[in-house]
Design a protein around this ligand. Structure first.
Ligand SMILES: *[C@@H]1O[C@H](CO)[C@@H](O)[C@H](O)[C@H]1NC(C)=O
Ligand SMILES: [Cu+2]
Length: 316
């Protein structure tokens, strides 16, 4: 009996410690782009828990990429429906595995971000500017999570590439934040991989962006919380979702109108240095607010500082 009991304990432990997941397949308008094609998949399916680490960008740090990194770039029209498919291991779907696509304990939100890049196969992922294009958090009425819906849909989540963004190469970062151990920090488990896209068509809108790391904090209400209670709300971490019809982006100005924006110096004494941005005003489209922003919050006339997310306000 002892031996049996310890075997049970071992299995329970092993299940909780390896019940992880990897985003490993992309579909464009329903067309399968092939297993692991065009995705920087890691050698290990474990999570990132330090939200300040570079590992949260594309998960190539403590869980190194399978090498060589895919040279495939997935062609995706702006406005297309893109599906991201997750499974417990890189072996793909396994109906005999109760933790595929992810263990049901790993409740939390699912999100998708884009960052425009010079080349989708470039190895550097630091310093990129990301915008969120989709999120699925908590449905308060039945306390169901994005992860519950992902499991019900056999590991697949589907979202739309915004039709108004510029054509070009992008990294698509799809992320799950599992909250089963999130009552202290570090505790929330971040799972993410980046897929390599070439977006065609599109428009000329430049969404407001955030940085990774930087978009999340260990004290965010959506990162550090106890989910083992009835929640009346859940604040999905990161910026609000960019929408072509919404206010979280800016339409690129025409050359003639952008030249009319002038940076006026403030009425501060002449001795104040013009390089001290906090003493001046911010030109059209410049940043004027946000969690880690320390510069001037006054916009040059006639622009007003317009809230876009907790991380970014802009003179419009
Ligand atoms: C729910 O909303 C309240 C009030 O805005 C906020 O203080 C709290 O952090 C939110 N809870 C979660 C889990 O996001
Ligand atoms: Cu896990």
């Amino acid at each position: 009996m002892m031996k049996f009991a310890s075997l049970i304990a071992f299995v329970a432990f092993a299940t909780s410690s390896v019940a992880h997941t990897i985003f490993q397949e992309v579909y464009v308008n329903g067309v399968d782009q092939g297993h692991i094609n065009g995705i920087r998949v890691p050698t290990y399916d474990g999570p990132i828990t330090d939200v300040t680490s570079n590992d949260v960008i594309c998960n190539g740090g403590i869980n190194p990429y399978q090498t060589p990194i895919s040279t495939v770039i997935i062609s995706t029209p702006a406005g297309a429906q893109v599906t991201a498919e997750w499974h417990h291991t890189l072996a793909g779907a396994d109906s005999s595995d109760s933790a595929d696509p992810i263990d049901p304990s790993h409740k939390g939100p699912v999100m998708a971000y884009l960052a425009q890049v010079p080349s989708a196969t470039q190895t550097t992922v630091t310093g990129l500017q990301w915008f969120k294009i989709w999120e699925d958090g908590l449905t308060v009425s039945d306390q169901s999570w994005g992860v519950d819906r992902l499991i019900a849909n056999k590991g697949k989540v589907t979202f739309t590439i915004p039709s108004c963004i510029a054509a070009g190469q992008y990294l698509l970062r799809v992320e799950i934040i599992a909250l089963h151990a999130a009552s202290s920090y570090p505790g929330a488990q971040l799972y993410m991989e980046c897929a390599q896209l070439a977006i065609t068509g599109g428009g000329s809108t430049s969404p407001a962006t955030v940085s990774f790391p930087g978009a999340y904090s260990g004290t965010d209400p959506g990162i550090k919380l106890n989910i083992y209670q009835t929640l009346s709300n859940y604040t999905i971490p990161g910026p609000s979702v960019f929408s072509c019809s919404g206010s979280s982006g800016t339409t690129a100005a025409s050359p003639t109108s952008s030249s009319s924006a002038t940076v006026k110096s403030s009425s501060a004494p002449a001795s104040s240095s013009s390089s001290t941005s906090s003493s001046g005003t911010v030109a059209q489209y410049g940043q004027c607010g946000g969690t880690s922003y320390t510069g001037s919050t006054t916009c040059a006339s006639p622009y007003t500082c317009t809230y876009s997310s907790a991380y970014y306000s802009q003179c419009l």
